[in-house]
Design a protein around this ligand. Sequence first.
Ligand code: FAD
Length: 473
Amino acid sequence: MTKKIAIHWFRQDLRLSDNPALTKAAEHEAVLPIYILDDDNAGNHVMGGASRWWLHHSLKALNASLGNKLSVYHGNPQTILDDLLTRFDVEAVYWNRCYEPWRIHRDTLIKENLKTRGIEAYTFNGLLLWEPWTIKKDDGTPYKVFTPFFRKGCLNAEQPRSPLSTPKNTNYGDDPGHIGIDALDLLPKIPWDKQLEPHWDIGEEGARKRFETFVDEGLSFYKEGRNLPAKPYVSRLSPHLHFGEISANQLWHTVRSLGDDKHIGHFCSELGWREFSYSQLYHNPELPRRNLQSKFDAFPWVDNAENLRAWQRGQTGIPMVDAGMRELWQTGYMHNRVRMIVGSFLVKNLQLHWHHGERWFWDTLIDADLANNSASWQWVAGCGADAAPYFRIFNPVTQGQKFDPDGEYVRQYIPEIASLPNKYLFNPWEAPELILTEAGIELGSTYPRPVVDLKQSRESALIAFQSLKKGES
Ligand code: FAD
């Protein structure tokens, strides 16, 4: 490329439609679209294994829709941009904003550096419905409770912009010096990702199709149906949203154009929870590590590597927990209801620190997202903003009976206990020996005995919580 160019720096906006920064960059004579894998600045939140797998395929899809013009780099963006500025006649750099504290810090420095070199950096909101700094209470402080955040803050703020169409006739160029997607080495060394593949259609086109399927088949059951892990009533758009293959804006405007019933309202409020997570992270950059309620700093967490491993592998002997952990391992995703069940089991029944759960999810979820993951783990542990109170401990047996009444979900992920009648499917340790034998189960051999007693561990968690309250007074 010899002419003057604009750089569009793709980050969590791996799409061409409704991409505000790309739309503006496309007004220039020519655009150099780039992606930089930055493992240098991410600190202890370098992208996890499942996310890398997704990213590999998402970049391939994006590159195809750019006519193979995506230039790809690995390293420190500051250095890489500096190099591009020496080799190309760059007029301006465009990107959509990210909100992880390390990215905000890095991008601020890059913007300053570009400015000192006489190059303008134009940044846009391509990820969220509302910028986190715009939704505040009347006294100027951030909301700490979801309902007023969403109802009073978001819904009374300016409506999210209408989605933009894909820029037309853009003159994309590439950098002959870029390394290419394969050189990022994003795929896992052991072929664990093969099992994930059949579940996902990665990229902008796949995201659009999944959204259409959800609108046709899931949306009109969403409000109640979203609690049933065996049913197709949730969108499963979270990884597509995380990588920006579809925008929250596109979802918001499309579903609202379809009417105003309880299902649409509820779906929009879940998008609101995503906004709330980002608001919490923006206003509390320590969210991924530090308890928002500091009284939890004194919580007597237990250290037990064996129980942690049983939890990670879906071998706790508690079927609803194991089904969730195996869904995660086999598909890279876990249904929200089950995330809450496995989370509660980890931090309450096993009394293991929520950081263990946050880390495991970070590495194994394809939708691993610093804001949503940290805020949700704090919520589950009871130490976050507007969190589930610590003393509300999910019972994985009754949760299973209520939300997987026919046992479809548990049978799918734990085939070794599939022949049990529903009555004992969620609590095989209570089944008479004869029923276990008939179902071909030997507890402790074909399927584990529970790693903890649910009742005793619940009581022990409540005592630990009480000690916290005493310490407070
Ligand atoms: P749908 O029900 O179809 O909802 C649509 C979208 O709304 C989702 O894609 C998501 O972007 C947003 N959303 C829905 N529920 C929530 C929620 N409770 N909090 C925030 N946003 C929500 N979500 C992530 O995207 N990344 C994570 O790393 C993550 N970690 C979690 C960890 C725990 C312990 C828990 C309890 C929840 C976590 N969530 C996370 C939130 C939620 O479970 C997922 O967003 C949801 O299950 C994604 O499925 P879906 O796309 O089918 O959701």
